[in-house]
Structures are given as structure tokens and as C-alpha cells.
Design a protein around this ligand. Sequence first.
Ligand code: HEM
Length: 186
Amino acid sequence: MIGLIPRIWMMTLQQQADEAAIRSILAEAGVPANRLFALDQSYDDAELLRLVHASAQVLGKDVDILLEDFSQTFIDDAVKRWPVWFEMAPDARSFLERQPRIHDSFARSLDDTASQPTRQAQKFRIAEIEDGLMVEYRSDNKLCGLYKSLARAVLRHYKDETGQIQESVCMHHGHDHCEIRLRWPR
Ligand code: HEM
């Protein structure tokens, strides 16, 4: 996993936990205390998953609540860091439709991850449905909760009050992929 996600996870923790709690989270997750996640380096996916669960445990919070906080921090940061991706998409629907291509171009922009774009892009398939978009997500990381909270943060960014996010099929319930409908009822 490229360092962007764990780095913003650490930023989110710094907003709500003191140094001692952060040290406990890193120790619990087996991450070196002096680790600085670089945006352009790859880290073990399992390390991020351990960080997420250790954070919930040490802070006594639900994983879903932490994902929601992370997603707001992530989108606030992304708007400043890559404004052009938000300018290119006039609304939440077009941004969310473009998301796999954003992942793809992000990975392509990193020299040392030449083999990653296809793998990343293949995790997401987006198709048009009658009143919105159907997202198929496949990944051993099973981060559909992250997908939904990021999509909610995108809706908030565009002040979109009509978009709905519904997951009908989920890897956490034994399926081999997740299906998330993004609907804008007319
Ligand atoms: C400017 C916007 C965005 C950027 C730069 C970005 C970038 C990234 C990067 C670098 C990763 C880690 C990939 C890896 O190395 O394995 C990632 C993972 C992920 N992103 Fe994004 N992302 C963006 C927006 C979004 C949005 C809007 C959503 C959902 C609506 C989303 C959903 C996810 C999910 C679910 C993962 C985890 C995938 C997995 O490993 O299973 N991202 N993103």
C-alpha cells in the first residue's frame, strides 16, 4: 500500500490522540515508533489493517467512526494537494465515477510502482445504473467501509444532499466482492 493512506491515518490520529496513545497504537500494531510514512513508498497492506484495528482498540472507538474521521481528513487534504482532480469533476457523481482512474494515475505517477496501476484499477469496476453508479470492489483488504466513508466525504465536499450509498453485497458477509450502489433518486 502506498504511504498516502497510512500517513493520513497518522494525521487523523494526531488530531484526536496524545503522544502516549499514539505510541501504544504503533506498538500494538507492530509499527516502529519512529516510522514516517512517505507518500511515494510502498508499505505492507497488513500494517495498515493492524494500525486501523489497534487505533480502535487503544482509543476505545468504533472502526467505522475512525474511518469517518480519516475520510474527512483525507478529502480535506486531497482538495489542497490535488485541486485539479476536484476541478475536473463538476459534481460528486463525476468525481466518484473517476475515482478508479484517479487511483490509476496516482500509482502511475510513482516511479517505483510501475506494476501497480493495473492491480489498483482492477479492484474497482464502475458501471452506470438507472439512477446512479454501481461499484464492484474486490480486494483482500476488504476495505468497503473505507470506500463508503470516503464516498460520504466526497458528497459532503460537493454539498450533495441527495446522493445515497447502499451496499447490497459484501465480502464481510461471505461474498467474493462488494457491490456498492451510489444513487441519486430523481
Ligand atoms: C484524490 C483522491 C484520491 C486519491 C489520491 C486516492 C489514492 C489512494 C491510494 C494511493 C490508495 C492506496 C493504494 C495502494 O497503494 O494499494 C488508495 C486506496 C483506496 N482508496 Fe483511494 N484515493 C482517492 C480517492 C478515493 C475515493 C473518493 C474513494 C472512495 C469513494 C477511494 C477508495 C479507496 C479504497 C477503498 C482504497 C483501498 C483499496 C484496497 O487496497 O483494497 N479513494 N487510494
